[in-house]
Design a protein around this ligand. Structure first.
Ligand SMILES: Nc1ncnc2c1ncn2[C@@H]1O[C@H](COP(=O)(O)OP(=O)(O)OP(=O)(O)O)[C@@H](O)[C@H]1O
Length: 818
């Protein structure tokens, strides 16, 4: 009974479920087989005993609350379990005390959860739990295996014991059989000896058998009766023993069979369970390794993140610290600034009062300054007058890049305006001649340097003076270069024409607060004693005036004018100007405060080449051209010398050039003659004649220049008259235009474009009106020289700039057209 109980306990230990119930097959087998074989056997009870390796119910009860607390949460998942709870449970040996099935449930639960929800990732604490549960099961398995081995040994020992007992019993049975046989044989022998009185039943044998009872027969019979009863007892006992033995054998066989069967089944189950568990352990190890790797990765990334956050924290802290310090500094500096501002305010208010009084003094001084400025202007003009109104500047051009023979006639140039020129055919002092002019510009002089000495004269135009600048010299000596600049000139290479107009615009801008200026430009050429408007192809009797408001307007106009200029190649210059070109700039300024109006004009003249006819080696048409040029130049000389001699008759009308320049060559005008020289030795004689002419001119005194300032009332009267005259002129012009329409010829397209651009009606008609007013007024004055105010003014001032006037007085209207 004990052995069976132990056996069933072992069986139960290996096959009992955690809830105490046995697995179906084994329990059924034991339950039915054993009950059938041994109805009295308390197998069922034994099977409910606890397994050795399973925790006892008492232990389970003690620790169960923790385990259930943690794992009986049906809805929660393992990953959500608090780490503290799991740790607490693991430390308190709850797992070791938990039933195996619960542990397996935990393992399966974690695996399912990992597979289903967490994509193979196991949180660290759950992985620890898993490892612990698997360890626990592994331990249990090894304990159970040990236990099984021990039980098996015990069982074998028991079996051996049983077998020896059976052998003993068998020996006992055989002995008892022999005794029984002997006992059964003896009475029979006695009975047969009695009945047959067989002699062979010797007295000795009977004596041996019944020696104690030989004295009395009765007592012997009684003894025999007792022995017989004892024998019967023995036989019964023997029979009983045989029955027991048979039953034990049967039982032993059954138990052996059951044990064998159980052993086999348990072995198979244990092997299968071990295999499954090993597989699971491997899987779990893999998962554990993965999760360990992931944990390491996470730890590494966490570590690096921690580091970076620590770094950031440090940076932020230092930044905050820096900001805080900066804020403190700012606060203190703002305080200091506040103080400073307050002090400054005090100081400023004090200084402001001081300045106010000073400003008053300065305002008074400024009034005086304007007076002084006026005085300066007056003094400058007087200085100009003292120097003489004709200024002669000499400019020597450099040798040209292609020139190989560079034999120069220029011996010396001094600062004081002295020029020594040497005759290459007469070496030494005899061949030298010195000239004195107002200024000499050497070959290295720039356009800007030349203009710097002309600039004050240009400026005087806006003060109401008439100024005439002309370039004189033989062909190729640099007249056009000085007046206009080289072809495609940059701003630095601009000639006097552009620089003068640029300066006029600048001065007019500077003075716009006081005086409003209007500027207009005319451009004509005198070719073969005929005057031609370079900016118009209309058959009009006077050169058109084009209002300009900027230097770029002037550049556009001059570009067209120079393209229209008569040029041809000569033996001395590949592109020689065979005409005199005259750019006239009209300036009208009105003082916005006083209403005073002033007029000034500037003549910029590029004369034709002054060389002698024989040197130019021209004939026919070109000869006539050269003769006209020479004639006009000699007329210019005659006018200048007549003025120098203060001759009563000045021969202005001997040439178109002197007629056009009449207003600028009189006593009111300021004249600059730019004498151009070619330094080449071959041009010596031409240079000599040029210099001699210039020398004579420089000795001329034309008298004091006068400004054209008019008083307001005079101007108003003049304007009234001018408007009347203007109307008459408009009518005349209309008649002329109608006449001209009859024989109108095709126009030059480029010029047409410009007329559109500078359409007088569209643009600034007022400027044109005033200039026409002036010219008409002057023409009127010329026609009636003795009439009142105008007559006296005309007498004293000479006629002002007017191409038209010159043309009308020489009856060459309308302009000849090319
Ligand atoms: N100061 C100078 N610096 C450099 N080159 C110059 C200078 N003066 C004149 N030249 C050059 O000399 C050549 C002749 O000059 P320019 O045409 O101006 O002479 P010109 O006196 O106007 O001749 P013409 O009477 O035939 O028109 C040109 O190639 C010009 O560029």
């Amino acid at each position: 009974g004990e052995e069976l109980s132990t056996l069933s306990t072992i069986t139960k230990a290996e096959s009992t479920n955690d809830d105490g119930s046995s697995p179906g097959s084994l329990q059924q087998f034991f339950g039915e087989e054993m009950r059938n074989a041994f109805p009295g056997l308390k197998l069922q009870c034994a099977m409910h005993n606890q397994v050795i390796s399973e925790p006892s119910p008492a232990v389970l009860k003690h620790v169960g609350h923790k385990f259930h607390e943690v794992f009986q949460l049906k809805q929660a998942c393992y990953a959500d379990l608090p780490v503290t709870k799991i740790l607490e449970m693991m430390e308190s040996n709850s797992l070791e005390s938990a039933p195996t099935q619960a542990l397996l449930n935990v393992v399966y639960g974690i695996l399912d959860e990992t597979a289903e929800t967490m994509n193979g990732k196991i949180p660290h604490h759950v992985a620890c739990l898993l490892r612990k549960a698997v360890q626990e099961m592994g331990q249990r398995l090894s304990t159970q295996a040990d236990h099984l081995r021990t039980q098996n040994n015990l069982y074998r020992a028991d079996e051996e014991k049983h077998r020896s007992k059976i052998k003993e019993l068998e020996a006992l049975v055989s002995v008892s059989r022999k005794e029984t046989k002997h006992v059964t044989v003896q009475p029979q022998q006695i009975r047969s000896r009695r009945k047959k009185n067989i002699s062979w039943f010797s007295a000795s044998t009977l004596l041996k058998c019944f020696r104690p009872t030989s004295q009395t027969a009765n007592s012997k019979l009684e003894e025999q009766e007792v022995e017989k009863q004892e024998l019967m007892k023995l036989v019964k006992e023997n029979e009983k023993n045989i029955l027991e033995l048979a039953a034990m054998r049967q039982e032993l066989d059954i138990v052996g069979m059951v044990h064998k069967f159980c052993s086999l089944e348990m072995e198979a189950e244990a092997k299968a369970a071990i295999a499954i568990l090993q597989l699971k352990i491997k899987e779990l190890e893999c998962l554990l390794a993965d999760s360990n790797n992931k944990v390491k990765e996470l730890e590494a990334s966490f570590e690096s993140k921690c580091q970076s956050w620590i770094m950031k924290e440090k940076i932020y802290q230092s930044f905050i610290h820096f900001q805080f310090e900066a804020m403190q500094k700012l606060r203190s500096s703002s305080e200091a600034i506040k103080q400073e501002v307050l002090e400054t305010q005090k100081r400023y208010s004090f200084e402001l009062n001081h300045l106010e009084s000073k400003l008053k003094a300065v305002t008074d001084a400024a009034g005086n300054y304007h007076e002084v400025l006026k005085e300066n202007h007056k003094l400058f003009s007087e200085l100009q007058d003292l120097k003489g109104n004709i200024r002669v500047y000499c400019r020597i051009r450099p040798f040209l890049p292609g020139q190989t023979e560079k034999l120069s006639t220029i011996e010396n140039i001094s600062e004081n305006g002295q020029l020594v020129i040497a005759n290459p055919s007469k070496p030494g002092k005899d061949g030298q001649r010195s000239f004195k002019f107002n200024k000499i510009f050497g070959p290295d002089a720039t356009q800007g340097e030349v203009f710097a000495d002309i600039q004050p004269f240009v400026k005087s135009v806006v003060d109401g003076y008439n100024v005439c600048i002309f370039a004189y010299g033989q062909t190729g000596s640099g007249k056009t270069y000085t007046m206009t600049g080289p072809t495609g000139a940059t701003e630095e290479e601009w000639g006097v024409n552009y620089l003068a107009l640029n300066h006029l615009f600048k001065v007019s801008q500077d003075r716009k607060c006081n005086t409003v200026y209007e500027v207009a430009v005319q451009m004509v050429e005198i070719y073969n004693e005929q005057v031609r408007d370079l900016l118009s192809s209309d058959a009009v009797p006077e050169a058109c005036m084009h209002p300009v408001i900027s230097t770029s307007d002037v550049l556009d106009l001059m570009d067209i004018g120079f393209k229209n200029r008569a040029v041809s190649a000569t033996a001395l210059n590949a592109r020689s100007s065979r005409s005199h070109s005259i750019v006239t700039v009209h300036v009208r300024g009105r003082n916005v405060k006083t209403g005073t109006v002033l007029y000034g004009n500037l003549h910029l003249i590029d004369l034709a080449g002054s060389e002698r006819v024989d040197r130019s080696e021209v004939t026919g048409h070109r000869l006539r051209e050269a003769q006209h040029i020479n004639k006009s130049l000699s007329s210019l000389g005659d006018v200048i010398f007549a003025l120098a001699k203060k001759s009563p008759h000045v021969p202005y009308r001997n040439s178109k050039l002197t007629q056009v320049l009449q207003s600028s060559l009189g006593g009111q005008a300021k004249t600059i003659m730019l004498v151009q020289l070619n330094p080449d030795a071959t041009s010596f004689s031409e240079s000599m004649s040029t210099l001699k002419f210039a020398e004579r001119v420089s000795g001329v005194e034309l008298g004091a220049a006068q400004s054209s300032k008019e008083e307001k009332d005079v101007r108003e009267l003049l304007e009234q008259m001018a408007s009347l005259k203007d109307k008459i002129a408009e009518k005349d012009e209309e008649i002329r235009r109608l006449k001209s329409l009859r024989d109108l010829k095709p126009r030059i397209p480029q010029q047409q474009q410009l007329y559109h651009k500078f359409d007088m009606g569209k643009l600034c008609s007022s400027a044109f009106l005033h200039f026409r007013l002036q010219t008409d007024h002057q023409r009127l004055d010329l026609q009636k020289p003795t009439q009142g105010l105008k007559a006296s003014r005309t007498d004293s001032t000479q006629p002002s700039t007017s191409v038209r006037k010159s043309l009308s007085s020489t009856s060459i209207s309308p302009f000849p057209r090319r």
